[in-house]
Each structure stands twice: as structure tokens, then as C-alpha cells.
Design a protein around this ligand. Structure first.
Ligand code: PLP
Length: 285
């Protein structure tokens, strides 16, 4: 079965789904994206992802190409046409097509929109969570507005590749003061020796993950103590547990940071419980 993509109003087989060479997403990475988990063919936390999309678009002064209700119909249709049961739906909106020139294109230039979806290997993901993953650290070298979910991901790509080349799943960005900001495609968390769950405050220096927001609700419901503050890489080495969160990975225990075992070197109880309970706190649509 050929995968189907939605491109500017049409559902097309992936091989025929093309964007213009003068699309500003392609020329300048002048665009934003969203990724939603699909579980049992339902979208997880669509409402929150839409709200963050509206924020990213407004920060970059790109118009929403269609009403949120219409976009929701497209999301569900792309999931249905690709028979996605467990996987992700991906949305990208760029500032549209215009002769290559840095300033914004003429008023009225339509934003471009692409939606794709794909199945993921559920069993492999569960296995990874059971074993836990390794992370490495890399110097923070991104721009100062990573709270905008922009498609400009070059530092994230290089960081992820460095992780993979060192046998790790994720790379954590560490700023000049030694504090972990977040992962290349996930938020970073630790559990301190005295059981406090710590993740960096959601300022301009991290993407405010939707999974992060839902996990914070789960933490409150479980009566755990949350600290939203920056933590250092040294604190992470000394932590009892560590984990990462993202829509495509939910909660993934971290068992090694720069080759040093975290806690007893096995997935932590809190991370595993948060992964297990996550969908009780998430919305489905
Ligand atoms: N931080 C970065 C840099 C990301 O790319 C992502 C997800 O792609 C996240 C955090 C987690 O965000 P979410 O939980 O909304 O997927």
C-alpha cells in the first residue's frame, strides 16, 4: 500500500507529493511543524498540539492556512488513508512559495501545508522502554527561540547523529553554565536522590513539550514533587533516575548518560510508572 500525503488541498501518493523548489520551507526553513502520537488510530492531545501550532505560527507571523476544525479533518483523514494504528501524524506549514528573497513574500501569499502519517513499531518501542536508553551531551548551539517549533533543526540533526554514532538514542544540549536544556527531539528529566522530579522551566530555551505538560499532570496526580528548574549535567550523573519525553516516544527511561550509569543502571520506577499511566491523562480524538 502506497502512503498518502496531504499537500496543499490534495491527497497524493507519497511519490507524487511534491513541494515547489521556491517553497520558503525548503529555501529558508521558514516554517513550523507538529507531531502527534496516533494510538489505536486516535490522535493523542490534538487540541494541545493545535494550540502550540497556533503559537508557533503567530510568533513567526505565518497565517494559519485553514481553520483548526478543517485541519483536524485532514489529520484524521491522513491517519485513516494510511491505516495508521500506532504511529505518528506529521504536519508542516511554511510561509509559502515565492521568488527566493529573504524578506517576507507579498501579502496574500498562501502558506504551504503538508500532512503525512506513518505506523511505528510498537513492540520495538516497548522493548526500548523496558531496557532504557543511553544519552550523550553536546554543547547547546541553537538560537534563542527554540520554544517555537520551527523546522530549522540543523543543530538538532547534528546532535542526534552524534548520539547515534556513539551508540546513544538521544543527545542532551548543555548550555555554557553546565545546565541541560533539552534533548535534540525530546524534553529532559531527572529524579533526584530524594525523589523530586526535575525538568527545565519552559522559557524560550526549550520547546514546551505537549508530553511534558501531560506528564506534569500525571506527576501531580501521583502526589510526586515537581521542580521546574534547570539542572546541571553533574546533577544528572548523580540522579536516581532520568528520562526523556516526546509525543513519539511518550516517556523513555534513560539508563546511561555519557557512558555513566544512571542510578542502578536500570529503568527507574517513576519513569516506568509515568510511561504506564501517561494515556490516562492525555486526550484522544
Ligand atoms: N524538545 C524538542 C527539541 C523536540 O523536538 C520535541 C519533540 O519533537 C520535544 C521537546 C517534545 O515535545 P512533544 O512532547 O510535544 O513531542
Amino acid at each position: 500500500m502506497s502512503r498518502i500525503a496531504y499537500v496543499n488541498g490534495r491527497y497524493l501518493p507519497l511519490a507524487h507529493a511534491c513541494v515547489n523548489v521556491e517553497d520558503r520551507g525548503y529555501q529558508f526553513s521558514d516554517g513550523v511543524y507538529e507531531v502527534c502520537e496516533v494510538r489505536d488510530s486516535l490522535l493523542i492531545d490534538e487540541r494541545r498540539h493545535m494550540a502550540r501550532l497556533a503559537f508557533s505560527l503567530s510568533e513567526l507571523r505565518i497565517a494559519m492556512p485553514m481553520p483548526a476544525a478543517a485541519l483536524s479533518v485532514v489529520f484524521h483523514e491522513v491517519v485513516r488513508r494510511n491505516r495508521v494504528r500506532w504511529g505518528i501524524v506529521y504536519l508542516q506549514i511554511s510561509r509559502g512559495v515565492s521568488r527566493r528573497d529573504h524578506p517576507f513574500p507579498p501579502a496574500g501569499t498562501a502558506p504551504s501545508i503538508v500532512v503525512t502519517a506513518r505506523n511505528m513499531d510498537f513492540a520495538a518501542a516497548e522493548k526500548m522502554a523496558e531496557n532504557g536508553v543511553a544519552v550523550i551531551s553536546v554543547p547547546e548551539n541553537r538560537w534563542a527561540r527554540v520554544d517555537i517549533k520551527s523546522v530549522s533543526l540543523l543543530p538538532n540533526v547534528l546532535a542526534k547523529q552524534a548520539a547515534r554514532e556513539q551508540g546513544a538514542r538521544e543527545a542532551w544540549f548543555v548550555d555554557a553554565s553546565g545546565h541541560v536544556t533539552e534533548g535534540s527531539s525530546s524534553n529532559a528529566w531527572i529524579v533526584t536522590r530524594d525523589g523530586k522530579v526535575v525538568t527545565r522551566q519552559a522559557d524560550h530555551g526549550i520547546l514546551k513539550g505537549i508530553t511534558r505538560t501531560v506528564v506534569i499532570e500525571a506527576i501531580a496526580a501521583q502526589g510526586l514533587t515537581l521542580e521546574e528548574r534547570a539542572f546541571t549535567i553533574d546533577e544528572a550523573y548523580a540522579a536516581r533516575e532520568a528520562f526523556i519525553t516526546s509525543a513519539s516516544q511518550i516517556v523513555l527511561p534513560v539508563v546511561k548518560i555519557n557512558e555513566r550509569p544512571v542510578g542502578n543502571g536500570a529503568p527507574g520506577l517513576i519513569a516506568s510508572a509515568l510511561r504506564r499511566d501517561f494515556h490516562r491523562f492525555a486526550e484522544t480524538s
